[in-house]
Design a protein around this ligand. Structure first.
Ligand SMILES: *Cc1c(COP(=O)(O)O)cnc(C)c1O
Length: 398
């Protein structure tokens, strides 16, 4: 029996079956490459689902985490730490539009769902309870985050969920305008829907959402958990829309693989949560914050935003050249591909046999969210292998 099979059996005997059987048992990683327990090498084009911004074992991240853990590892929120304060200031700076700095306040958590829980609770402090969110959106698996997520298969087994949430079709400004009232606390949108397979709204949608929310005194809350911190070639995916939101939640790529989440409130929304309203033991942990500062520093010093933009363009063009790809979407290194048949699970399995880790969020869609440090050589190798991967999974091109 291979090591891989033995680990699979032990996994099945000891771990809850919430995710189905794992595809591989991985042992180590370097850059955008990982190795399994049998020594096979893969190019990681999923990055732990848009998390490993700097790839695996990046020296800047390793040294930030080990250095901080040696200095001060955990302290609780009875105390402050420099990394926590510096990261909050940095996030606010990155969110400041070209028109100048915005006032804001940050709450640190440990995951995307927790960042969204904090934001959800914050919206209740407006004195209103109604939230309008988008069909196809994904905001996490805790009870509150699930209440904001439309997918029936995720919700139904856990109802009743916290209420007063209305779902509208994503990208439809008229539907949004019809759903938001003077009783609405917040409008919650992803700037691009990640789990739906990288769905990009029409131009002007976020600006329309801003206008609608403002007109009704509601908060505009953008979930940038998947799209934020350089993933799209911008610090935040909403940046190019010219919109200033009231709430932004981030997590996945922020600390490059160290668990973290942040709920960032701009303007007056920053004062809505008051002492005693919310809390966390681990949130704002100095090691997690030092990791995030290292990620942000490296994106800046290595000019990764430009790299992400350029490499994303090359990947989208190269992969869309195959006729079995019917649509390509996304920006930077968040890429969604539609296939001509419901074969995305087979394509993902075939890619793995060819040495590439990719993801199939829906039956007909492929998602790529590789490390921001992916090299041109690795991207070219995947583009070169792509037709053969599709041949394996879908039969030869027509
Ligand atoms: C992944 C994701 C979440 C949930 O994050 P977790 O860290 O898994 O809790 C929330 N919102 C979006 C947009 C996501 O992609």
């Amino acid at each position: 029996m291979s090591d891989a099979q033995a680990w699979q059996d032990r996994y099945a005997g000891a771990l809850m079956n919430t995710f189905g059987p794992p595809k591989l048992t991985l042992e180590r990683g370097k850059g955008a490459h990982v190795w399994d327990t049998d020594g096979n090498e893969y190019v990681d084009l999923l990055g732990g689902i848009a998390v490993n911004s700097l790839g695996h074992a990046h020296p800047a991240l390793v040294s930030a985490v080990t250095g901080q853990f040696e200095t001060l590892g955990h302290i609780s929120n009875f105390f402050a730490s420099e990394p926590q304060i510096r990261l909050a200031e940095k996030l606010l700076e990155l969110l400041s539009p070209s028109t100048g700095p915005v006032e804001g306040r940050v709450f640190f958590a440990n995951s995307g769902a927790e960042a969204n829980e904090a934001a959800f609770k914050l919206t209740r402090r407006t004195g209103r309870t109604h939230v309008v969110a988008a069909a196809g959106g994904f905001h996490g698996r805790t009870m509150g985050a699930l209440a904001l997520t439309s997918k029936e298969a995720y919700r139904t087994p856990f109802e009743p969920l916290p209420g007063d949430v209305t779902f509208v079709p994503y990208g439809d400004a008229d539907a949004l305008a019809a759903a938001v009232t003077d009783e609405t606390a917040a409008v919650l949108l992803e700037p691009m829907q990640g789990e739906a397979g990288v769905v990009v709204p029409p131009a002007g949608y976020l600006a329309a959402a801003r206008e609608i929310a403002t007109r009704h005194g509601a908060l505009l809350w953008l979930d940038e958990v998947q799209t934020g911190i350089g993933r799209t070639g911008h610090w935040f995916a909403h940046e190019t829309s010219g919109v200033t939101p009231d709430l932004v939640t981030v997590a996945k790529g922020l600390a490059g693989g160290f668990p973290i989440g942040a709920c960032i409130a701009l303007g007056e929304a920053g004062a809505l949560l008051q002492p005693g309203n919310h809390g966390t033991t681990f949130g704002g942990n100095p090691v997690a914050c030092a990791a995030a500062l290292a990620v942000i520093d490296t994106i800046e010093s290595d000019d990764l935003l430009a790299h992400v933009t350029e490499l994303g363009r090359a990947l989208r063009a190269g992969l869309a050249a195959d006729p079995r790809v019917t649509e390509v979407r996304g920006e930077g290194l968040l890429i969604g591909l539609d296939l001509s048949a419901e074969a995305s699970a087979d394509v993902t399995a075939a890619a793995l046999r060819h040495g590439f880790i990719i993801n199939n969020p829906t039956p007909q869609r492929i998602r790529l969210a590789p490390p921001l440090v992916l090299t041109r050589e690795d991207a070219d190798a995947f583009i070169a292998a792509w037709p053969a991967i599709l041949d394996d999974a879908m039969g030869e091109a027509p």
